[in-house]
Ligand binder design. Structure first.
Ligand code: SF4
Length: 373
């Protein structure tokens, strides 16, 4: 089944590390954007296909009014065959959340909330330029529960400027106390010329040594194991059965359609990309020109690489016999010589047809996966 990704490119302020496709919120632009998004969905050439997830990502999708989110869910359901049990996720920033808004989002059809918390420590939130406080983030989760959402995810970022192992422990312990169904733990990635990078240079903020970052990652996964979570992907843990059904499509060689500016789609081995600019997106859609500016059929080689590269991110790894059958190749015969040293070092485990990274292997995932490219 397809996954639907709807991109909402508006934020209340711009965080100093952010490299996403987003801009400052503007009421008029937002209304025109929602109209265009509705039109793009209704005009989809895949009308009638079955889809079982909708993911509102951004940006800050919760800046839309619940009625606007409701309209977009309604047109998605009218365009695609969607089961009543479809997973509908709304990315939300704690400062835009309240019990009353959550109730209205839920009434509009949202059944999963993903909060961009990033840290439960005030100095770290300030350094990142986030608008919420740690208390507000904790209250936002309570409000989501009170508003009837029983599937909550939190994002935390580790290896932040000036962050020590103890600081990271505090955020993870607060996460465990708050008890979401799902959590994503990301390493901060500093892109060149990001305002945060410049601020770090000005303020003399530094990053902990690499071995501390590795220690933070491994410790948090053990702590979350002990708290009843199961790691199912390099950066993601969940209570049993609460894995992100939408994101699993990206890692399980699935199919998804992206709507909105800059959104990507992958359907039947064809990858396409929408125009990135918000205004340009609106004018193209309203002029009936279509938002897609690039469409490319992946070669069998590229599809094989993708299936191996993304599948190995999963904690259960990949069934190389199954992938081999799908793409007409004996995976071990092809890559085994280069993979064997990682197996010998216990970074990679081969169990029957399955190949998976160990946690130490996950720390070196990029180097190991380079074998496939
Ligand atoms: S809220 Fe998210 S999308 Fe918006 S600027 Fe901050 S990190 Fe980027």
């Amino acid at each position: 089944m397809l996954g639907l990704y709807l991109h909402i490119p508006f934020c209340s302020s711009i965080c100093n590390y952010c490299n996403f496709n987003r801009g400052l919120f503007d009421e008029g632009l937002k209304s025109r954007y929602v109209d265009a998004l509705e039109r793009e969905i209704l005009g989809s050439s895949l009308r009638g296909r079955t889809a079982d997830t909708i993911f509102f990502g951004g940006g800050t999708p919760s800046l839309l009014e619940p009625e606007e989110i409701g309209r977009l869910i309604t047109v998605s359901r009218a365009t695609f065959a969607m089961p009543a049990t479809a997973e509908v996720t709304l990315e939300t920033n704690p400062e835009t959340s309240s019990r009353e808004r959550i109730e209205r989002f839920r009434a509009a059809g949202v059944n999963r909330i993903s909060f961009g918390v990033q840290s439960f420590r005030e100095p770290e939130l300030k350094r990142l330029g986030r608008l919420h406080t740690a208390d507000r983030a904790v209250r936002a989760v309570d409000e989501a529960r009170a508003g009837g959402i029983d599937n909550v995810s939190l994002d935390l970022m580790m290896w932040l400027p000036q962050q020590t192992r103890d600081d990271w422990r505090q955020s993870v312990e607060t996460l465990v106390a708050v008890g979401p169904e799902h959590a994503s733990l990301y390493l901060l990635e500093l892109y060149p010329n990001s305002p945060l990078k410049e601020e770090m240079a000005r303020s003399g903020w530094s990053l902990a040594p690499d071995e501390d970052a590795a220690g933070m990652y491994l410790w948090s996964l053990e702590r979350l194991d002990a708290a009843g979570y199961r790691q199912y992907e390099i950066s993601n843990v969940a209570r049993p059965g609460r894995e992100s059904r939408h994101n699993l499509k990206y890692w399980q060689d699935g199919e998804w359609i992206g709507f909105g500016c800059g959104a990507h789609s992958t359907i039947a081995g064809v990858r396409s990309r929408n125009v990135a600019g918000t205004e340009e997106y609106i004018s193209r859609v309203q002029a009936g020109e279509g938002a897609t500016i690039e469409r490319r059929s992946l070669t069998r080689e590229e599809r094989l690489e993708d299936a191996l590269f993304t599948g190995l991110r999963l904690a259960d790894g990949i069934d190389i016999e199954d992938v081999g059958r799908r793409y007409g190749v004996d995976v071990w015969a092809r890559f085994g010589t280069n993979l064997a040293p990682f197996v010998a070092e216990r970074l990679l485990v081969r169990e029957g047809p399955r190949l998976r990274l160990t946690r130490d292997g996950m720390l070196l995932a990029n180097e190991i996966m380079a074998v496939f490219v």
